[in-house]
Ligand binder design. Structure first.
Ligand code: ZN
Length: 224
């Protein structure tokens, strides 16, 4: 991609997957005000505040304001002070980021009971294994459930479709796998296998693969 009239090189400017989008939006809105807070973009290596401002011009900041107002109410009634960091029920649940899933409520758990690891699909990735190492070695976890679910978007898409979508929107594809699941049962079994065979996890931990039904709230033990 050309750096354009703004003289911005997207590769060195952002250095992240959506960097090129930021630059395009900067070019689109380059005449707009830059007096917009950039705190939320601090982790991105942007060449200037102007670029950062351009990246968030399309974001409705009132969303964050509403959340912070809600947090003020939450903190006034806060009741979890002093909760131990160890998982009281010695449990970790790997599950999908799907907003229909309530990992604690569906299993009768409360804050403090379990470590909840979420990502798209509830897939066992290197980062999930990294978290499980801490959970088992330092935070009391002895039981791991890989909890995938029905009607998961990752079972309805292929990696090629995801890549095509990104390309159609002129977004960077990168080289990471998207871990879509054409065969959910096989994917769940493979993910449980990854936890069981991870040599950085204690061999005595108990690992199962479950599936949550988003239509009726039921959980099924799929991989024992
Ligand atoms: Zn899902």
């Amino acid at each position: 991609m050309s750096s354009g009239s703004g003289g911005l090189d997207p590769n060195s400017a952002c250095g992240v997957a959506f960097g090129e989008v930021c630059v395009r939006r900067f070019q689109q809105f380059s005449s707009a005000t830059i007096a917009i807070p950039v705190r939320s973009l601090k982790s991105i290596r942007l060449a200037s505040n102007a670029q950062a401002a351009a990246c968030i011009l399309e974001v409705d900041q009132s969303v964050f304001d509403d959340l912070l107002a809600a947090n003020k109410r939450y903190s006034k009634a806060f009741s979890l002070a002093g909760l131990a960091p160890r998982a009281a029920r010695e449990l970790a649940v790997v599950t999908c980021m799907d907003s229909r899933i309530e990992p604690l409520a569906m299993l009768g758990l409360v804050p403090g009971d379990a470590k909840i690891l979420r990502n798209a699909g509830g897939r066992v990735t290197p980062d999930v294994l990294r978290s499980l190492i801490f959970a088992t070695s330092y935070l009391g976890v002895k039981y791991v459930i890989v909890m995938q679910h029905t009607k998961c978007a990752l079972t309805l898409l292929s990696d090629d479709e995801v890549k095509a979508r990104l390309r159609s929107e002129d977004l960077e594809v990168g080289d990471q796998p998207f871990l879509t699941m054409s065969d959910p049962d096989s994917a769940l079994a493979a993910d449980v296998g990854l936890v069981r065979t991870c040599r950085s996890l204690p061999p005595e931990i108990s690992v199962e693969g479950w599936r949550y039904d988003v239509d009726n709230g039921s959980v099924f033990r799929m991989v024992l």
